[in-house]
Ligand binder design. Structure first.
Ligand code: PEP
Ligand code: MG
Length: 755
């Protein structure tokens, strides 16, 4: 390193001596800044520490006025120091005073220094403070000097994280080692959970930062990399999927990075500055994480995440740690925290102890979100750097309804949430009391309430909710959470288990609805411009009949001597329905020929979710045994508004004239044709939606299991005729009401309906 006396290795060795001295925290810090200033040939070296109130306090300085220590406090966005902290990256300037972010604090006597180099003090991606060197001369600090200062900052990070500075901190303005945080992400699964953090992939924290023997550390690094590469090769060779459902693409990316010369060079350089091998890996990872925060391109971000994962693997390799979390030691009320996670990994945890889930990634349609909903675990996704922000055992609250999370919450927030949990529990008890009551409106209309399901873990909901059956069994979920294509025997076993546990209650199976956003990790998907409008569901089933035929066979065999109800998703034309139904008939004939036991009755239905079907209902009715409206997709296609895109998903209200008119037409035509019709989209899972649907003539609804109680409580108080009188005129007038939802809400209020 040019300009530095003895280079970073010497500095690190000296720092280690200082760290071991039996002196007070302040004395230690004072010695540290003197050492760094001397080593870097800087006139100033200062340490600013980030406090719990979000400000940066000057904790030690060599060169600035000593009176400023513990007096100068900057906002996190104030001055160049604030810039380093908020951007979590170095700022290197030969003339600091002309920089727009420069802010002058007279008590420091800073005005005589022109060049400035500040680096963030980072630990596991969190900024703990800022380390600064300054010189009078207008000089440019070299890249090596910048690197060396970052390495030195790691030692300070360990010192701050150890809690040593708490002894010299002002009460209420302690270092923000473990700050309270309130963050908002994407609500994935409803529910409120209070509990303690369990890291899905335990973070490796490096304790020994400074190397005793650099060549030895380099050798350790090389060996760990070689083992890492060999492990990856083996996994790829065996076609094995790694933890968390990582699939081949990810492993391929890992292997590519594991051989990336730039990455390897940076690792070796970090170790050569005098760090231990693991501290070197962490050092390079810090840079990578800082980059990750700045990159907005989703593909690049994914790759940087892959690189971060690879760094974690390497670190575990170096520290001899297995990456399997100790599942048997799960505390009661565990809140699982992960960057990303496969559905199978979630199912591996003890359900009884798991309360909540927080993910760095994961949209509402991610497989893990689907499983969390099925398990009734409150979940929130898209919380940036969550695994870096928490420590195992931290208290945390997950609000799966709003997407809020509170880390280390203050006691008033905690008690407010505890109250809400109690309130919910009381409501659940009230709903449970309604379980065995027939669902009949005040004016005597029976409404069939069923549940949506798709996994074995959903089946207990049938008896818990007292539902009349399963109105939508999403068969693709078994495929989505598997790591390889489920064999026909596995499909058969699932369908049989479903029918067994449903007993006399009807189950409507939907054939595979894959493609679009429902990707199977083991099936190479074509990249499509518009996957929601692409090669999916019945389209894929008809073009690749092998898969659908074997599914139909499994369904027919599972329902031997019982009734089977099957429906097809995403049907856009009558011809598609004919073709699909023809496949069922052919399979029936083939099974009959081979003397298999057949179902007593097979009913074949259609999902109404593509708007083109609205204009083919007359031709369709005579051919189908029943209809089920998929209001999620129907609304998506009717309004041309991607249901998974947060920017537009809530832009159009399904409780509005165009959608309700379409729904009314379907109900009327079905009634005229004498065909049963149900609605199985999310609309039915909200009391206000169910109210509108009953008003439009729907008498069968299939809901998310947790919605059954609230919807039933509302229906028991409802007069169906009055609901019809409330909703239909809003659609029939020449100028339909622009605010149907509000009108229905006031109707509900005047009727005293619980919404
Ligand atoms: C729907 O589209 O409304 C539906 C029930 O199907 P899915 O949500 O599985 O697409
Ligand atoms: Mg659908």
């Amino acid at each position: 390193m040019r300009g530095a006396l003895g280079g970073p290795r010497v500095l690190l060795r000296r720092l280690r001596e200082v760290m071991a001295e039996p002196v007070s925290a302040q004395e230690r810090l004072d010695k540290v800044v003197v050492l760094i200033a001397a080593n870097m040939v800087a006139e100033v070296c200062s340490v600013y520490v980030l406090r719990v109130d979000g400000t940066l306090e000057l904790y030690a300085t060599e060169g600035l006025k000593r009176e400023a220590v513990h007096q100068t406090v900057l906002r996190q966005d104030e001055g160049l120091v604030g810039l380093v902290a908020s951007e979590a990256q170095p700022v290197n300037l030969s003339e600091a005073q002309t920089h727009p972010a420069f802010s002058y604090r007279p008590e420091t006597g800073e005005e005589i220094y022109h060049s400035f180099l500040g680096v963030p003090i980072l630990r596991a991606g969190n900024t703990l403070g800022v380390l600064v060197v300054q010189n009078r001369a207008r000089r440019t600090y070299s890249e090596e000097e910048e690197e060396a200062l970052q390495t030195t900052a790691m030692v300070l990070a360990e010192m701050i994280a150890s809690g040593e500075l708490l002894s010299i901190a002002k009460p209420g303005a302690e270092p923000a080692i473990r700050p309270r945080l309130h963050l908002t992400g994407q609500a994935l699964s409803d529910g409120i959970a209070l509990g303690h953090v369990v890291l899905h992939e335990p973070r490796v924290t490096v304790k020994d930062v400074i190397a005793d023997d650099v060549p030895k550390e380099l050798k350790r690094l090389d060996e760990a990399i070689a083992t890492l590469r060999a492990d990856l090769d083996l996994m790829l060779e065996r076609g094995e999927v790694a933890d968390g459902g990582e699939h081949r693409d990810v492993l391929d990316a890992y292997r590519m990075f594991a051989h990336d010369k730039g990455w390897l060079r940076r690792l070796r350089e970090a170790v050569m500055t005098g760090l231990t091998a693991e501290a070197g890996v962490e050092r390079v990872q810090s840079d990578n994480r800082a980059r990750m925060l700045r990159v907005t391109d989703p593909y690049l971000r994914d790759r940087l995440h892959d690189l971060d994962d690879l760094g974690n693997r390497l670190m575990r390799q170096l520290m001899g740690q297995d990456h399997a979390p100790p599942r048997e030691q799960l505390p009661d009320s565990a809140i699982l925290v992960a960057r990303s996670m496969g559905p199978a990994a979630l199912l591996d945890y003890d359900r009884r102890k798991l309360r909540g889930l927080i993910l760095e990634e994961g949209g509402p349609n991610s497989h893990v979100a689907i499983v969390a909903r099925a398990l009734g675990i409150a979940a929130v996704g898209e919380i940036e750097n969550i695994s870096g922000l928490v420590d195992p055992g931290d208290a945390v609250i997950v609000d799966g309804a709003t997407g809020d999370i509170h880390i280390r919450p203050p006691s008033d927030i905690e008690s407010a949430y505890s109250e809400r949990v109690k309130l919910r529990a009381r409501r659940q008890a009230q709903y449970r009391a309604l379980r065995d009551k027939p669902c009949v409106t005040k004016d005597g209309e029976s409404i069939a309430l069923m549940i949506n399901a798709g996994l074995l873990v959903d089946l207990p909901h049938l008896s818990e909710t007292g539902a009349g059956g399963i109105g939508l069994f999403r068969t693709e979920l078994q495929f989505m959470i598997a790591t390889e294509m489920p064999r026909i025997s596995e499909q058969l076993a699932l369908y049989r288990a479903v029918l067994d546990s449903a007993g006399d209650r009807p189950v409507t199976f939907r054939t595979l609805d894959i493609g679009g956003d429902k990707v199977l990790p083991y099936m190479r998907a074509e990249v499509e411009e518009n996957p929601a409008l692409g090669w999916r569901a019945i389209r894929l089933g008809l073009d690749r009949p092998g898969l659908m035929r074997s599914q139909i066979r499994a369904l027919l065999q599972a329902a031997a001597s019982r009734e089977l109800k099957v429906m097809f998703p995403m049907v856009a034309t009558v011809a598609e329905f004919d073709e699909a139904k023809g496949m069922i008939e052919r399979e029936l004939t083939s099974l009959r020929r081979r003397r298999h036991k057949l179902p007593d009755r097979v009913e074949v239905g259609v999902m109404v979710e593509v708007p083109s079907l609205l204009f083919q209902l007359d031709e369709l009715m005579p051919k189908v045994d029943f209809l089920s409206v998929g209001s999620n997709d129907l609304a998506q296609f009717l309004y041309a508004s991607d249901r998974g895109n947060r920017r537009v998903a809530d832009r159009f209200d399904p409780i509005s004239a165009p959608m309700l008119r379409a729904l009314k037409m379907i109900a009327e035509k079905a009634r005229a044709a004498g065909k049963p019709v149900a609605l199985c989209g999310e609309l039915a899972s909200k009391p206000i939606g169910a109210l509108a649907l009953v008003g439009l003539g729907y008498r069968a609804l299939s809901l998310t299991p947790s919605a059954l109680g609230p919807v039933k409580a509302m229906l028991l108080e409802l007069d169906a005729k009055k609901a019809e009188a409330a909703v239909v005129p809003l659609l029939e007038t020449a100028s339909p009401s622009p605010n149907i939802r509000e009108r229905l809400e006031s109707f509900a209020a005047s009727e005293g309906l619980p919404l």
